[in-house]
Design a protein. Structure first.
Length: 46
């Protein structure tokens, strides 16, 4: 479940980064959210 969320957020971030039209800080917020979810997943694994 977490890996799916991480994958979706990273794909959305990459699409926004590569397109000429971005939503301002939303793209970077998606990246930060993906990193936070990844960190939570890794901490719960330990």
């Amino acid at each position: 479940m977490f890996w799916t969320v991480i994958l979706v957020l990273l794909i959305l971030w990459a699409i926004g980064l590569l397109s000429s039209y971005t939503f301002g800080g939303l793209i970077h917020i998606l990246l930060v959210a993906a990193v936070i979810v990844l960190i939570i997943k890794l901490i719960k694994r330990i």
